[in-house]
Each structure stands twice: as C-alpha cells, then as structure tokens.
Design a protein around this ligand. Structure first.
Ligand code: C2E
Ligand code: CA
Ligand code: CA
Length: 410
C-alpha cells in the first residue's frame, strides 16, 4: 500500500457523494485512507458505465497532478470515505525535491498515461487511431530536463576533476580610485565544450543542491587567494572579497558553521568577506534568512544585496535584514547615460543607500560617462569592464601592481 505522510488535508465523503466529476478541471488527487469508491464514465450518448472500484490505499484523480486537463471520469463514494488530499503544489514541491531522473521518469509516465487514455477514448468513439499530434503533449520539454541532468552530472565531475576556477573582478572606490575589493566569479572550463557560462551551470547546480559544495569551495579558494594577493610585497591595504551565495546554500543545515570554519581555517578576518545574495533568497524563507544573516553580520561579515532593483517591489524588507551594501543592477547602469528614467532610478538608489547608511556599488559600468555620473551622484563604489574584467588571480596580481587610481571625472 502507498504510504502517504499525514501532513495533507483530510477530507470525509459520505456514501453517494461525488468526489470528482468527469469533464471538470481538477487540481488535486486523493489517497483513499478508508472506504470505497466507484469510477463512472459517461459516454457521448449519455449512458453511464461503471469502469472500476477503488478501496483503501488507492489513489484517484492523479492526472490532475500532471496538468489542468479535464477529469476523464466521475468518482463517487460507495461507502463513507476518508481521503487525504494531494494538491498540485504539494506534488510539485515533492517532485522538485527528488532525484532529477525520478522527476523526469515520473513526468513522462504520467503524461504518457494521459495520452493513452485520450487515445483509447477517441478509438472507442470513432474506431480510428488519432494522429499523434492530436493527443501527445509535453514531450518536447523533456529535452530540457535531460540537458539539466547531463549538466548536473558533468558539473559534479568538474568539481572532482578541478575544472572549476575563480575569476576576480575589481570593485573600485569612486572616491579615491583605488581597488577596494573583488567579486569572486565562478568559471567552468569543460574539456570539450570550453567555458560554460555561469548563467547555465549555476541554476543547475542550485536545483540539484551541488551548489552547496561548490560555494564552500569558492569561499575557501577566494579566501586563500585574498591571502596570497595581500601578501604581495608592498601591498598592505585591506581588501574585501565578495562571494555569491544561493538560496540552496541558505537552506543548507550547516551554512553558518561552514562559513566560520572556512574563515578560521584560512585565517581571513570576517570583515573582509562580503556575502552577495539576491532579494529572492531573502523572501523565500525570511525568518530563517534573517537569523542566518544576523549571525554572519555579528561575526563581522558584510551583506550585499545583488541585482538590487530587479526583484522585490517592497523596500520595507531592507530594515528587517542586516544589510550593509546595495549593488545596483547592471540593467539600470547600462541605460543611465541615454535614459533619464534609468539615471533617476540609479540616483534614487544611491540616495536610499545613503539614508539607510548602506554602501552602494554600481554593477556593469562599461563607460567613462557612467562612472563620472555615478561619482557625481555620490555612489561609493563601482565594478565593470570600464575598470576591469573578471580576471584570474595571476592577472589580478599584475593589475594591482600597475594600478593607478582611476578617479572618473577628475
Ligand atoms: P552577478 O553576481 O550579477 O555577477 C556579475 C556578472 O556581470 C558577471 O557575470 C560579470 O562577469 C558580469 N559583468 C561584470 N561587469 C560587467 C560589465 O561591465 N558589463 C557586462 N556586460 N557584464 C559585466 P558572470 O561571471 O557570467 O556571472 C553571471 C552570474 O552567475 C552572476 O551574476 C551570479 O549570479 C552567478 N555566479 C557567478 N559565480 C557564482 C558563484 O560562485 N556562486 C553563485 N551562487 N553564483 C555565481
Ligand atoms: Ca554578484
Ligand atoms: Ca549582480
């Protein structure tokens, strides 16, 4: 018998009650805890046929979990029944949390089952097999899922075989033109396909949970790199290292403990580490995120909101979380010279940051004009191709050696 956890909503139906009605759109399935139901199918001529009965431990209405298609049959309680309701959302949540191969196979089986039913129905009514395009649905999307599994497997291998590296992009203090710190950005050089964009592998790593060990590796590696960069003779200013984290990292059990361990093992002071997170991460589990961030902040780490302005519409959350830096998204910076609306938006974010006593970093600065405007607005720091691209550690060392202050507009 199928074991269903007892967290779902329980429903009671009396003998004779209709539980599902043929032709209506369904959004949930039912697990029969006790009682008995009959499955009835109405034919186009109006005649109703009993096509089966189901009792304890059976599941009914499972097609609703695959799509929002119409119920193929009516289900009526023959005896008083107790049911556990399984909603589409609940099923999707459970499926997404499962092994990717299991996800695909489950989806394929359910979709194929629905197609077979449709095909059988048309065959019964017309006596001819319908063309595939009339009944088949959803198979095209499976190729995405297969690609995801492939990337996930290869990414795991990449971690084991040291194919991952970090590039560091300088973040420049607009007040004095000096490099204030870096953002660590992950790079994956695939043996056959060359560099794969983080925009492709990061979401897959997040989905599969592989990001947790990748982030741990990135933090350790970037802390060690910071130590090496700082130890260059004649360079004794304190630089910060900004590292990106995902919601999967935040949801992992030992997140804060892992951070502490890495910082102490690499001997990097917490104040030199900034965590970059997006608004989305904060909103997924606000209470947990707040607790986690408070611990990090108390230890001295900086907390920066990445891609600021693109995510959440309300600003009230800025008070709720211990945030100290806003990173203005590249999309606003990119248009700020030509478009007044973008320019004013950037100005507002800079002012907001000042009022809330937060630092503001502009991302994606590509032209001198943008840098000049940002400096005039009072934006604290900037990052972008105008100053430097993300570079491997050895090139960062060379860059630091030859760096002359870049103070735009002076
Ligand atoms: P992000 O955190 O917003 O990182 C900034 C992205 O903008 C980087 O892309 C960087 O190379 C690019 N960029 C910097 N300056 C300029 C510029 O002037 N013009 C333009 N057009 N682009 C600029 P990248 O390295 O491809 O990374 C893409 C995204 O992947 C990152 O966006 C971040 O969300 C994610 N990512 C990268 N590394 C990591 C990582 O170690 N962990 C996690 N969780 N995510 C990462
Ligand atoms: Ca970032
Ligand atoms: Ca960003």
């Amino acid at each position: 018998m199928v074991q269903v956890p007892q967290t779902q909503e329980k429903r009671t139906f009396r003998a004779g009650d209709i539980i599902l009605r043929q032709g209506e759109v369904g959004t949930c399935a039912y697990f029969i805890e006790s009682g008995k139901v009959e499955i009835l199918m109405e034919r186009p001529d109006g005649s109703v046929h009993r096509v089966g009965t189901r009792g304890n431990g059976a599941i009914i209405g499972e097609m609703a979990i695959v799509d929002n298609g119409p119920r193929v049959a009516t289900v009526r309680a023959v005896e008083d029944c107790r049911m556990l309701e399984i909603t589409q959302d609940d099923f999707a949540r459970r499926l997404n949390a499962s092994d990717p191969v299991l996800q695909i196979i489950t989806q394929v089986i359910l979709t194929r089952y629905r197609d077979t039913l449709t095909r059988a129905e048309i065959l019964g009514e017309t006596g001819t097999f319908p063309p595939p395009e009339q009944v088949e649905r959803g198979y095209v999307e499976q190729t995405d899922a297969v690609e995801t599994i492939k990337i996930a497997n290869e990414f795991q291998e990449a971690m084991e075989k040291n194919q991952l590296s970090l590039h560091y992009q300088p973040i420049v203090d607009l007040g004095n033109g000096q490099i204030a710190g870096f953002e660590a950005l992950m790079r994956w050089k695939h043996p056959e396909r060359g560099y794969i964009s983080p925009a492709i592998f990061i979401p897959v790593a997040e989905e599969t949970g592989l990001i947790v060990s990748a982030s741990g590796w990135a933090l350790r590696e970037s802390c060690q790199a910071l130590k090496r960069i700082e130890s260059i003779r004649g360079y004794n200013r304190s630089l910060f290292m900004s590292v990106n984290f995902s919601s999967t990292d935040f949801a992992s059990e030992n997140f804060v403990e892992t951070l502490y361990n890495i910082l102490s093992a690499t001997d990097v002071p917490a104040r030199q580490i900034h965590l970059e997170i997006t608004e989305r991460i904060l909103m997924q589990q606000p209470e947990t995120a707040r607790d986690t961030l408070l611990m990090c902040r108390k230890a001295g780490m900086g907390i920066a909101i990445d891609d600021f302005g693109t995510g959440y519409s309300s600003l009230s959350y800025l008070h709720y979380f211990p945030i100290d830096t806003l990173k203005i998204d590249r999309s606003f910076v990119k248009d700020m010279v030509e478009k007044e609306s973008s320019r004013e938006l950037v100005r507002s974010i800079v002012m907001l940051g000042k009022n809330l006593k937060m630092k503001v970093i502009a991302e994606g600065v590509e032209q001198l004009e943008e840098a000049v405007l940002l400096r005039e607005m009072g934006c604290d720091m900037a990052q972008g191709y105008y100053f430097a691209r993300p570079l491997p550690e050895d090139e960062i060392v060379t860059l630091l050696h030859g760096w002359t202050p870049k103070k735009p507009g002076t």
